[in-house]
Design a protein around this ligand. Sequence first.
Ligand code: SF4
Length: 356
Amino acid sequence: MEAEEVVAKPPKGRFCTICNQRRAALKRPKTLEQICRECFYAVFEEEIHGVIVDNQLFKPGERVAIGASGGKDSTVLAYVLSELNRRHNYGLDLFLLSVDEGITGYRDDSLETVKRNEIQYGLPLKVVSYKDLYGWTMDEIVKLIGLKNNCTFCGVFRRQALDRGATLLKVDKLVTGHNADDIAETVLLNILRGDIARLSRCTSITTGEDGPIPRCKPFKYTYEKEIVMYAYFKRLDYFSTECIYSPNAYRGFAREFIKDLERIRPRAILDIIKSGEDFRISTSTKMPEQGNCERCGYISSQKWCKACVLLEGLNRGLPKLGIGRSRGANNELSKNAKEAKGIDSIQSKQCGTLDF
Ligand code: SF4
């Protein structure tokens, strides 16, 4: 989303509806109020502070890693969290944590942005790579499997990579830049897919409290348009190119649908999140039980975690193992997979969904 499409200018000469002293410079996407830049910065930052305090996201003295991709969301998150940490004395030790998926022409460029952010915000940076962790880059995986299901590999590997990086940094929490639009989309997608397990947790502001490192989403109620506006007005240094392997299908439709709703009624995004929060899972619905992967020890509801299943397929030259239903030449593997009980199939999902 380009900043120019987002910044709606109020009629000339209007005063800011908050301070009533300065000229209004923008129409706030979330509330349609006409306000000045200074009041926009203040309400944007203080709403996030309110979310952090109300949900007790952090404790003084905690080490917190910010999942940093170089994109607008994580860049604004790193900037705002450093500001709030200073202003409100949270007492946090903040770090940047990036994942290098090995996507030439995309991640190498965006990592350069994160390296600049490291200096600009004075936050130590740790980069973990798929090549080091799994022995494969996404470029190599796409060469082998093509452009179908690539995001399944990438998303599953990223989730674990972030956890492994967070463990190396010895942090207490990991924060990600998922915004209100992302969460509303995920609510819709989980309903459309009938994915009850994910539906029940996708609106939680903190997840993984029973796992090694809890994850929080301080932007749970922050609109994407406001993040773009904030980054634009503050002239933050972020990377806005899309991944060269992005498929843009199912999630893209949900995203467009939400944008259409937002145009008619901005509150729609918050209302979808609220609906997701209010869903009650029937007690007769069978939920997966959490355990640990027998191979690598990572948290898993199956015998092997998804990353180990996918990696096994790649290393054996049978990359479809663990992806959807196997047919023909993959029947034997499908049988093996079934025998390995619990090695489940994974639907193709796009960037973003898998971080939840
Ligand atoms: Fe990975 Fe996202 Fe690119 Fe898919 S779109 S390959 S999940 S970075």
